[in-house]
Design a binder for this molecule. Sequence first.
Ligand code: ZN
Length: 144
Amino acid sequence: MSRIRGKDTAPELIVRRLLHAMGYRFRLHVSHLPGRPDVVLPKYRTIVFVHGCFWHRHSCAAAYMPKTRPSFWQAKFDSNVGRDRRHRRALVSAGWKVIVVWECQTSGEVLTRLARRLKRLLDGASEARLALRRAKLGGCGSTW
Ligand code: ZN
């Protein structure tokens, strides 16, 4: 939904501030990657999309169906969800870990939970990469 969604939406800014405060460094809107991901953490080979619940159809109350022109909306939503799925598949097959953060997970009271989730996923990604590197070196875990 790049036409409607601004590049720097409030939920995205919240996620960026959160990641930054947690010490993670990232790049923004990397245009050569599928879906032009909002936040890219090269060191963790991880991508974070911050999705609006309505447009990207989260399983929460914000993803309601408008009362007028339901078939128009349904087609629009299907197209958004299909595009998200294609981007995700392309990124995953290129070796990226993809994290989706929903707009409703960026409000005040659930932000701590989001922070914990991001930390767990990112540190997990980092450990997996280290393990892979060790395995490639064929060593016993030591890099020297
Ligand atoms: Zn939601």
